[in-house]
Design a protein around this ligand. Structure first.
Ligand SMILES: Nc1ncnc2c1ncn2[C@@H]1O[C@H](COP(=O)(O)OP(=O)(O)O)[C@@H](O)[C@H]1O
Ligand SMILES: [Mg+2]
Length: 237
């Protein structure tokens, strides 16, 4: 359903992505790991349409969407969460989900209300619907990020370090929700440093290091791959 083929991205003097290919089948859950600065978020930006590749192309359901922006790709079924939650702080939780359903999902008002409520329900945020987003703690901000992505009615969900910064029980709670979304048929691409959380959902892992895919395959074998181990040790040094 998704294919980013041979994408390259440079910021100034920095070659951030170099000939990266990421393919995701319908309903598949793919994890992305790799040291800080490897280009993981940038790859998600290229898929979501938040940035354009310098070279290469992005296909959704066989269609070349390389020239489409984020709003258009959202309407084609790409939902994403951000590493740092980005709610509209001045709006309530419900309004945030409603904006996502309307703008990102392309739904009309009554449908959008229903979709927004459903997304809040799915993420355990319904009771907080009237709270200003600015007053939420980190777990609830992450949940709202997830609710906003779900409110756009995605077929492909892109998660950027959604478990990062949470306590262990909080992370596990969120993982359980994500497992259920996946079980209901949603394809997922999930960047995560909390690897044990990722391994509960991902069927396949990709490791990015210095802008290149250095491993792609069965999760346990990717995590024990020498090049992957070296990339992490190198980044810790
Ligand atoms: N908009 C940007 N302008 C300049 N440099 C950027 C931009 N976005 C990312 N970078 C740089 O690209 C590299 C990869 O960033 P990123 O994709 O966020 O990595 P990761 O998510 O793997 O930690 C980093 O060195 C980062 O500083
Ligand atoms: Mg990142």
């Amino acid at each position: 359903m998704l294919a980013a083929r041979g994408v390259w991205k440079r910021f100034g003097a920095l070659q951030v992505l170099e000939d990266v290919t990421l393919e995701v089948q319908r309903g598949e859950a793919v994890g992305i790991v790799g040291p800080n600065g490897a280009g993981k978020t940038t790859l998600l930006d290229l898929v979501a349409g938040a940035a354009r590749a310098d070279r290469g192309a992005v296909f959704l359901g066989g269609r070349d969407v390389s020239s489409l922006g984020a709003a258009a790709r959202s309407r084609l079924g790409v939902g994403r969460t951000h590493q740092i939650p980005r709610p509209f702080a001045g709006m309530t939780v419900f309004e945030n989900a409603l904006v996502a359903a309307t703008m990102g999902g392309g739904l009309r008002s009554s449908e959008a209300r229903g979709k927004a409520l459903e997304a809040l329900e799915q993420t355990g945020m319904l009771a907080l619907g009237n709270r200003p987003a600015a007053t939420l703690g980190l777990l609830d901000r992450k949940r709202l990020e997830l609710a906003r992505a779900l409110a756009t009615a995605p077929r492909l969900l892109l998660l950027d370090e959604i478990a990062g910064g949470l306590t262990e029980p909080e992370a596990l709670e969120l993982v359980e929700e994500i497992r259920q979304f996946h079980a209901s048929g949603l394809a997922i691409v999930w960047i995560e440093h909390v690897v044990h959380a990722l391994l509960r959902v991902a069927e396949r892992l990709i490791c990015l290091a210095f802008g290149k895919v250095i491993a792609d395959g069965e999760p346990q074998s990717v995590m024990s791959d020498q090049a992957v181990v070296d990339a992490y040790l190198g980044s810790a040094a």
